[in-house]
Write a protein that binds this ligand. Structure first.
Ligand code: ADP
Ligand code: MG
Ligand code: MG
Length: 898
């Protein structure tokens, strides 16, 4: 096994082994781009280290061999006193992750070699600046010294000299600072700053490995559903210097605007600076376009390289570069993060440019992005009107409309959001310590930093609304307030913690108070209120329209909706639903009809019961007529009554009190007394495992027959009206084929009766839900009696895991998620190994019995992207989800097939 790869040995497809950064450094090297030479230690080495607590024995020698080769290539040795080779040690996992160890630059510098560096560069200031940066970064990230101690010492040095920026410190100042920094390290760690270059490097590599299991990295992985066992690679890269004076500098760039997808020059540049300075906001950066004026040669070279990269990666790339005395060096590239809207736009732009095909375009977007585009936005008229006070404008860093109470620290954000408050996290700038608060907040507002700042990058990744760099707003986190300057004749004002503000991540505007929101154009388009071909349709709507069309063309899964009234059904249809996969009938028993249900439950005699059922029948029938009309020509699966009866009866405590009060007044309400008896009789310890579903139908004579009759008569009526009703009757909570046989026999009798009376063949089908483990395990038998299966994955998840969904999510799921027992709730994304394997085997067994068995799924999983891919893979015919998720399910079904 090989643990170390030279940059010339890897390529972009080796992300698993070399991490994203390493794989792309190799790719750029092989493209002939100017990348400083170096090598990558693989994720496999990291995994060995994490498992055993020690580096694999072969690693040391391999690193030595690669370091030798690097030294030969560069013509100098690591830390060589008269002319030191310096390197950076950079973490780089498969997915970029905040919380991983920060990069340490200038490794190899020591008390001995700092003079050599100064002599070689002819710049003493530069050498001492590099050395103090090394001790600072190494001290903080490798040795775990509190970074503030260094920051404070640096601030003190600037103050003592009466300057505000680090570039105004001279060699003597920096030399003194180095001494101070070394003292800090000695004091805090009880050891001297390591002078031996190779030891510096080895310690840094190990720190990168260790950071994989840091709290922040773990939290981020859970959030982003990144597996915990990937490990990280480590890149060792020879240094180039952006801090060698005004003809040097460092910057970041995008090949397109990550917010809109537009091609152009996007990025930030900072002269005489190193590494993180650009994103850390220590000095003001200039827009990348200015580089043309500062250093035309390097600018042209950068533009040329950006074009090469776009044409090579066929996608938006982001880039880190450094200019050392007029020479451009590429330090990183990757396919860049983008907003949801830009993802759709870029995918279609690239198709039009002939760079990718439609199937690839479909892979470039996803359901989560589409869902995000369906969020409402601020009502522009209200937002621009005089009634709303505008506080300022920052950079539109991550779209969305967020309203919430102002909070100024992560801790408060988490605390308030736990108690149900919506909050906007306001910071001067964010850093990885703010991650919890960013997750908890509706949106993030910062007063510093650009599109590449931490806040912007992380918020975009999380799909969270973010406005950054709102410079007029003065954020004072210590006093928990933000000062807004006066403008347009209005006085300035102070926003205190708890004041409500609104932020618009699409325009960058910040408002006082709650701005009303309106539906997104994408929803308007799905609703049919906006046409993709119309002149005023924006580019986004056109892009969504095209990509949805690709998806619909290639997908195999059909998409239905869960809907139980005509209105929802009609909306679902507009959103592209191809039928109803689940019509719940329980709401049809609530409201005014509750009384009829009470009568049914309290019935003593057959006559009483039949009278109650007889009263319910026409009401039920009318419900179905409407539904079949809305879904004319498309299948409608109606589930017979499922929930336990007590849900239709008054609350036991309330009723007991009422009866007791009446008794104390010597009143006698016969009905209440009977009701109370019934409530007691029907009371269950575990109602979800009690008298519900098919069990109800078998115990209450005539109940299911009434429902079946209502369906049949509604279908007959629609036929009479020249409609095309396609009803499917679904029996819930079946555990054994015998239950289904009894219900089927009874139902068929009723259907025949209706058919004979009306003189039509209704072609009703009858199937069952598979939502109990026993049903899944005996699917071969159950299929004998079922025309279709619909997997009820909510109940199936509950019963397979033995989790009561209503209870466990609040009680211990957080702990389970934190401990990494599962990366995501099994109620959100199907548990493929457990619940999913039952679905797979039941589908196979059912089809073995009856090859034409129709298979679908209803429940939350039907609209969950990852689950949809799974259902595609196991060969189901359709998924059913809430009307609003239908476009997401269509898109993901297409992606699964593309
Ligand atoms: P991150 O993953 O946080 O971007 P990087 O490893 O890319 O971390 O490095 C942090 C900063 O240091 C970046 O600005 C990068 O360009 C810079 N940097 C990394 N290695 C070198 C190097 N060998 N020479 C000069 N700058 C470097
Ligand atoms: Mg980087
Ligand atoms: Mg169920």
């Amino acid at each position: 096994q090989k643990f170390v790869y030279d940059f010339t040995e890897g390529n972009k497809d080796l992300k698993d082994l070399l991490g994203g950064k390493g794989a792309n450094l190799a790719e750029m090297t092989n493209l002939g781009l100017p990348v400083p030479p170096g090598f990558t230690i693989t994720t496999e080495a990291c995994k060995v280290y994490l498992a055993s607590g020690e580096e694999p024995p072969a690693l040391r020698d391999e690193v030595s061999a690669h370091l030798d080769a690097l030294e030969r290539k560069m013509g100098k040795k690591l830390g060589q006193p008269d002319d030191p080779l310096l390197v950076s040690v950079r973490s780089g996992a498969k997915f970029s992750m905040p919380g991983m160890m920060d990069t340490v630059l200038n490794i190899g510098l020591s008390d001995d070699s700092v003079a050599g560096l100064a002599a070689q560069a002819g710049d003493e200031r530069f050498a001492w600046d590099s050395y103090r940066r090394l001790i600072q970064m190494f001290g903080k990230t490798v040795l775990g010294v509190d970074g503030d101690l260094f920051e404070e010492a640096l601030e003190d040095a600037k103050r003592a000299k009466g300057v505000t920026v680090d570039v105004d410190l001279d060699a003597g100042d920096l030399k003194r600072l180095v001494t101070e920094f070394k003292d800090i390290v000695a004091q805090e760690t009880g050891r001297d700053f390591p002078q031996e270059p190779r030891q510096q490097m080895d310690l840094a590599v190990r720190a990168v490995f260790d950071s994989w299991n840091g709290d922040r990295a773990k939290l981020y992985r859970r959030q982003e559903r990144i597996p915990h066992d990937l490990g990280t690679a480590v890149n060792v890269c020879s240094m180039v210097f952006g801090n060698l004076g005004p003809d040097s500098g460092t910057g970041v760039a995008f090949t397109r605007d990550p917010a809109s997808g537009q091609q152009g020059v996007y990025g930030d540049y900072l002269q005489n600076a190193q590494g993180e300075d650009v994103v850390a906001g220590i000095r003001n950066t200039v827009p990348l376009a200015e580089l043309e004026r500062i250093d035309k040669g390097s600018y042209d070279e950068l533009m040329r390289i950006m074009e090469i990269l776009e044409n090579h990666y066929l996608d938006l790339c982001d880039i880190e570069f450094t200019i050392e005395r007029g020479k451009l060096w590429m330090l990183q590239t990757r396919v860049g993060k983008r907003t949801a809207g830009a993802a759709f736009r870029i995918a279609t732009q690239l198709v039009d440019q002939g760079l990718i095909d439609e199937a690839e375009a479909l892979r470039r977007v996803n359901g989560a992005q589409l869902a995000q585009l369906m969020f409402p936005r601020f009502d522009e008229e209200a937002a621009d009107g005089d009634a709303v006070r505008k506080l300022g404008r920052g950079i539109a860093a991550s779209p969305g409309a967020a309203v919430g109470k102002a909070v100024f620290d992560s801790y408060t954000a988490v605390k308030w959001s736990r108690s149900g408050e919506k909050v906007i996290l306001i910071r001067r700038e964010t850093n990885p310590d703010d991650l919890d608060g960013m997750i908890a907040a509706e949106g993030i507002l910062t007063s510093r930093g650009g599109k590449t700042s931490h806040a912007a990058v992380v918020a975009r990744g999380m799909g969270k609304t973010c406005v950054c760099g709102a410079e007029e707003l003065e954020v004072d986190t210590k006093r928990r307030r933000m000062t807004v300057p006066g403008r347009d004749g209005k006085d300035g004002l102070v926003i205190e913690e708890g004041d409500v503000i609104s932020i618009d991540g699409s325009s960058g505007k910040v408002y006082l108070g709650e701005v009303p929101v309106v539906p997104s154009p994408v929803v308007e388009y799905f609703e049919g209120r906006m046409h993709a071909g119309a002149d005023d349709a924006d580019e986004l709507v056109r892009a969504v329209h095209r990509i949805m069309a690709y998806a619909d063309r290639v997908r195999r899964l059909r998409v239905r909706a869960n809907a139980d009234n005509a209105e929802d059904a009609a909306r679902a249809r507009r959103f592209g639903a191809q039928g109803i996969g689940l019509c719940r009938t329980e709401h049809m028993f609530l409201g005014e009809r509750r009384e009829l249900v009470e009568r049914l439950i309290l019935a003593h005699t057959d006559e009483e019961r039949e009278a109650a059922l007889g009263a319910l029948l026409p009401l039920q029938k009318d419900d179905f007529v409407e539904l079949f009309e809305a879904m004319d020509g498309l299948p409608v699966t109606v589930r017979l009554l499922d929930p336990p009866l007590h849900e239709f009866l008054p609350d036991i405590t309330e009723l007991s009190v009422r009866v007791a009060l009446a008794e104390s007044r010597k009143e006698h309400n016969e009905n209440d007394l009977r009701l109370l008896q019934a409530v007691h009789r029907l009371h269950e310890q575990n109602p979800m495992l009690g008298l519900r579903g098919v069990r109800l139908g078998l115990v209450i004579p005539g109940l299911f027959a009434m429902q079946v009759r209502a369906i049949a008569e509604a279908a007959a009526e629609r036929r009479g009206a020249k409609g095309d009703p396609r009803a499917e009757i679904m029996i819930p909570l079946v555990g054994t084929v015998q239950e289904l046989e009894i219900v089927r026999e009874e139902a068929e009798k009723v259907i025949e009766e209706v058919e004979r009376a009306r003189g039509v063949d209704l072609k009703l089908t009858l199937g069952t839900m598979i939502e109990l483990p026993r049903a899944a395990l005996t699917a071969a038998q159950i299929a004998e009696s079922a025309d279709f299966f619909s997997f009820g994955t909510n109940d199936l998840t509950q019963t397979v895991w033995g989790f009561s969904r209503d209870d466990v999510e609040a009680s211990f799921f957080t702990a389970y998620l934190e401990k990494g027992i599962f990366g995501v709730s099994p109620f959100e994304t199907i548990d493929k190994d457990g619940v999913g394997s039952l679905v797979r085997s039941a589908a196979e067994a059912g089809r073995a019995t009856r090859p034409d068995l129709k298979l679908g799924v209803c429940g939350e999983h039907g609209g969950d992207p990852e689950s949809v891919h799974f259902f595609h893979e196991v060969g189901l015919d359709y998924v059913s989800c809430s009307p609003f998720r239908v476009p997401v399910a269509r898109l993901e079904s297409g992606r699964a097939a593309a």
